[in-house]
Design a protein around this ligand. Structure first.
Ligand SMILES: *[C@@H]1O[C@H](CO)[C@@H](O)[C@H](O)[C@H]1NC(C)=O
Ligand SMILES: *[C@@H]1O[C@H](CO)[C@@H](O)[C@H](O)[C@H]1NC(C)=O
Length: 362
């Protein structure tokens, strides 16, 4: 309940462009008002102590020393024609399974769960107007349900929480793909264990392309000049295995920040424009993202936000950080930075921007 309300507060304030807790304008029964008054936020000192370096996980020794991995593009297994619409259907098969991932070089590998045995899962890239069917085969150990976040999927294919697929079973999901170009994502949504399943690796990008966007001359080429930045924040045990969050009852901030599955990677770039597509798959952590030169990490370089998870904006918006906050207000108590870093967000946003800066991902 808490996290849902906090998410709404965050989302509504982001839309309004000013961050303020939305006040309730409804007449509500006394018992509901009483229940609402019991809500507690994360303790600020708890949140800020993690950011200040009181860490749960072992120290990660290879910060900015491993190159950014790019999730592979999932190839359709077969292309069939929909006899009703006459459109192509791209048919995919994805296997949910356990895999070992050596996160810390000198510790035990972590046992994770991934689509096709990797995290993030392979990127599905579909042109607008092409329908798709994805068979998700559960060869993992827990129930799963797949939600394609942002897609107007009909109920049987929306991955509602109780619509679980047991280990040893599969389910076929149909997606219409009629929206304009945008970044969607698929992730687990199983009843009661959504967070744990997604945190253990069940999340991946789903990109809709559109000829109407292709003609705009944006930086293109998946993994070349059009780069996914898929964020996840996790806790590890001292032996290098992923720390389960099943007993957690407030939030999971995570102190090891992954991009495309790799903690704190680097990306060497050319002096030209890039498009980055940002997806936060984390359970609770929010980010203030910005670009800086490696020679001056305090300086924030301007960049352009061109899209959100609703597709292209009407026009690019030049900002210094994402979400966009002004420096003067980020130090005051009621600042956007403070609100956003103490709110719990269960959902995530896909965004995209271009920049001309030579930079490394942080
Ligand atoms: C790693 O550490 C965790 C937490 O202490 C423990 O539960 C787990 O059994 C350990 N794994 C191995 C393989 O030793
Ligand atoms: C956030 O708010 C707390 C009070 O709840 C305050 O102590 C802290 O300094 C604020 N942090 C920032 C970054 O403004």
């Amino acid at each position: 309940m808490f996290s849902k309300l906090a998410t709404l507060a965050l989302a509504s304030s982001l839309c309004a462009g000013a961050i303020a807790q939305r006040t309730l304008e409804y007449d509500i029964p006394a018992e509901e008002a009483l229940a609402l008054s019991q809500l507690v936020n994360d303790e600020d000192d708890q949140v800020f102590s993690i950011q200040k370096g009181k860490e749960i996980s072992p120290d990660y020794p290879l910060i900015y020393r491993v190159a950014l991995p790019i999730p592979p593009i999932k190839q359709p297994k077969q292309i069939i024609t929909n006899p009703v619409t006459g459109k192509d259907i791209w048919y995919y098969e994805i296997e949910e399974k356990l895999f070992q991932h050596q996160v810390f070089p000198n510790l035990l590998p972590a046992t994770l769960v991934g689509y096709d045995g990797m995290t993030p899962g392979p990127s599905i890239i579909v042109p607008r107007g092409t329908e798709s069917v994805v068979r998700f085969v559960n060869n993992a150990q827990r129930e799963t349900s797949v939600h394609l976040h942002g897609s107007p999927s009909r109920a049987p294919f929306d991955g509602w929480a109780a619509d679980t697929t047991n280990p040893g079973e599969y389910k076929d999901y149909y997606y219409p793909n009629f929206q304009s170009a945008r970044l969607l994502w698929y992730h687990d949504h199983a009843l009661g264990i959504t967070a744990e399943n997604a945190y253990f690796g069940l999340a991946g990008a789903y990109i809709l392309t559109d000829p109407a966007e292709d003609v705009l001359g944006l930086p293109s080429g998946y993994g070349e000049f059009d780069i996914p930045i898929i964020l996840a924040a996790k806790y590890y045990n001292q032996n290098g295995t992923l720390q389960s969050q099943l007993q957690e009852d407030t939030s999971t901030w995570g102190d090891i920040i992954h991009v495309n599955g790799q903690p704190w990677p680097f990306l060497d770039v050319q002096p030209r424009k890039y498009r980055f597509r940002v997806l936060n798959t984390g359970i609770s952590r929010n980010y203030a993202l910005y670009f800086a030169r490696s020679t001056n990490t305090d300086g924030q370089l301007p960049f352009q936000v061109i899209a959100s998870d609703s597709g292209l904006l009407d026009e690019p918006v030049t900002v210094d950080t994402l979400p966009s906050v002004t420096k003067s207000s980020s130090t005051s108590h009621n600042s956007p930075a403070n609100k956003s870093s103490s709110a719990t967000s269960q959902t995530s946003a896909g965004s995209a921007w271009t920049t001309t800066s030579r930079t490394r991902t942080k």
